[in-house]
Design a protein around this ligand. Structure first.
Ligand code: COA
Length: 260
């Protein structure tokens, strides 16, 4: 399957591998990528060959460094209300078969939220996870507050979201944000090994186990989601967001000038 921002392949073991591929911007999630991923998930859900998904990032620096800040800068209340990133992540959580995030480098903002929407997270020793949105004057608006709380507990989720601190691999492992930490060359082999061991089991049993697990962890409540979307809509209109995002994007221009 050919796409602009994704590489999708079906593995003979019976799962699909989705590479998020905008390495020049650390695989930041722009609208095009989100639309393509949404369409791909719809197709894969009905593909008889696919009984699981592995997500990973292209290049050697990032899984996904968040939503695309250049696009975020332009977004306002109306775009927030559409909640398209939130809907994609809900689709990942609701995917009928197990999903694994294989993380090398940065998984920040929407990238960390995407990893949290997966069933299992594996990182390399170079993985760095976090929700730095408040530094840009916004919040994690695609299920982050809810899914992070349920993954690492309320105290740690609050600390990470309020400070925006980035968490290195070993700490992420200790707080339960990652299930395993491996050397970079072991990342995909380990993800495939876990998927293979899942595939040995009763297919319908695994599928129904996921239904039960999703119900048990109380999948993102639509009211919580609406609260996140509304808060994000308010912040998208706020001057502080504009200032902070411009400052991030200006760095590039400054660095170019300094290099001259
Ligand atoms: N959106 C758009 N572009 C992004 C991006 C994002 N979320 N994250 C990184 N990029 C771009 C950078 O602007 C840079 O582009 P350039 O080469 O054209 O200047 C390129 O990706 C490489 O990033 P750079 O910042 O130079 O790498 P670094 O190693 O110095 O820093 C990070 C890496 C992840 C610490 C830094 O890129 C960062 O803080 N990114 C934003 C993370 C974030 O706040 N995400 C949440 C968004 S809501």
């Amino acid at each position: 399957m050919s796409h602009e921002c994704l590489e999708v392949s079906v593995h003979e073991g019976g799962w699909a591998e989705i590479v998020l591929a905008r390495p020049e911007v650390l695989n930041a999630l722009n609208l095009k990528l989100v639309q393509e991923a949404t369409q791909v998930l719809d197709e894969l859900e009905h593909d008889e060959r696919v009984r699981g998904l592995i997500f990973t990032g292209a290049g050697d620096k990032a899984f996904v460094a968040g939503a695309d800040i250049g696009e975020l800068l332009e977004r306002r209340l109306a775009e927030a209300l559409e909640g398209i990133n939130a809907r994609l992540l809900q689709k990942i959580e609701d995917f009928p078969w197990p999903t694994i995030a294989a993380i090398h480098g940065y998984a920040l903002g929407g990238g960390c939220e995407l990893a949290l929407a997966c069933d299992i997270r594996i990182g390399t020793t170079a993985a760095v996870l976090g929700q730095p949105e408040v530094r840009l004057g916004i919040i994690p608006g695609a299920g982050g507050p809810h899914r992070l709380t349920r993954t690492v507990g309320p105290g740690m989720a609050r600390e990470l979201i309020f400070t925006g601190r980035m968490v290195p691999a070993e700490e992420a492992l200790r707080i339960g944000l990652l299930n395993h930490v491996v050397e970079p060359e072991e990342l995909m082999p380990r993800a495939r090994e876990i998927m293979t061991s899942i595939r040995r089991n009763g297919e319908t049993a695994v599928r129904l186990a996921k239904v039960a697990l999703n119900a048990a962890v109380n999948s993102v409540d639509r009211r919580h989601q609406m609260l996140e979307v509304l808060s994000q809509g308010i912040l998208f209109e706020h001057p502080e967001k504009e200032e902070r995002m411009r400052a991030f994007l200006e760095r590039k221009r400054k660095r170019e000038q300094d290099a001259r």
